[in-house]
Write a protein of this length. Structure first.
Lengths: 171, 171
DNA sequence: AGAAATAGTACGAATCCCTGACTACCCGCT
DNA sequence: AGCGGGTAGTCAGGGATTCGTACTATTTCT
């Protein structure tokens, strides 16, 4: 409760790298989301579980799809899906199209969580809009979207992963 | 090497939440940085170590300061600093002002890493500027800076942490 | 001097995520 | 038919990150 002097962080106004700023904003959003979820009685979901849950398509997804979309290995995805199954947020059903595969589908409990998370996100985005103004918020979203398409799209990833990485320091 | 169909991620053009976009951009930057560091012979630093290293002030920082600035517990900070000490990036020296405390200072090897990381960041930011245009990139930086000051500043944190969190879902 | 706060450490545990190795199944080709 | 390469998913094991609780040493306030 008692406070230490406020030298903690870099001085306001100084320039932290975009990298650190992105991390900070993401972390702020994440902690708001999971704080609210915890308050709402869904304290058993973790951020990692959330990141795989988020990429499950409405009609169900295969584990391999989930792993690729969430950028983790199949094992990690399987581990996290196991937890989500045990906690009742998703179910595994056989994939009628392929006996090797199973579809992971969102269970009722999972559906119940979605609007709660969406509401928090909407709330935080509203706060941010109040801080930035509608136009800058819109531009922020667009800019991030452009970067996402350039860096986090299957073709973009292939581009980076296969490059021998010779002249990374282009400066 | 062989490729799975490209259904992986959300369709380009659809709107992922700002949260996911922030995460994606941060992750892209981070993997570039640590990829390059690894190539440059500094493969023993990890992202977590980087996040504490980043907040060490030029004249040295106390562990508690580092912990607060990096938003981790003292134990975590101490653990990561231990690793950085073992790897030779920082040193611990007694704090002349307080016999309980020690100052963590950047060692020569640590100083050597800084320009490498900075170059990568500059390179990635240049790529992003090429994608977005100078103006949008500048606006992105400003917007993130505003959000940072509002959410990741000591006073801002106190504001959020102490709120009883009743009406989180303001939507 | 004595009480309260602060700097840091020790230990134990949970979470997250990866590599390597394996089984079960699908599909195209002979 | 049926074989072989590729895909879906699991098992086993390990490393990294982070936290909570509990403790010692030192400073600071009264």
């Amino acid at each position: 409760m008692t406070q230490t002097p406020d030298i903690t962080t870099t001085q306001p106004g100084s320039q932290a790298s975009v990298s650190a700023l992105l991390f900070s904003a993401y972390r702020a959003m994440e902690s708001r989301i999971f704080g609210a979820l915890s308050q709402a009685g869904y304290g058993d979901v973790t951020p990692a579980q959330g990141r795989v849950f988020r990429v499950i398509r409405p009609d169900g997804s295969r584990l391999t799809e989930i792993a690729q979309a969430a950028r983790v290995t199949k094992q990690t995805a399987g581990f996290l899906v196991d937890q989500l199954v045990r906690a009742g947020y998703v179910v595994r059903v056989p994939d009628p199209a392929d006996a090797r595969a199973r579809l992971i589908k969102i269970a009722p409990k999972g559906s119940a969580v979605i609007p709660i998370g969406a509401a928090v996100v909407a709330g935080v985005e509203a706060e941010w809009t109040a801080l930035l103004g509608k136009e800058r918020m819109q531009m922020l979203r667009e800019a991030l979207q452009v970067l996402w398409e350039a860096t986090d799209t299957p073709s973009a990833l292939r581009r980076h992963q296969e490059a021998p990485v010779d002249e990374v320091v282009v400066a």
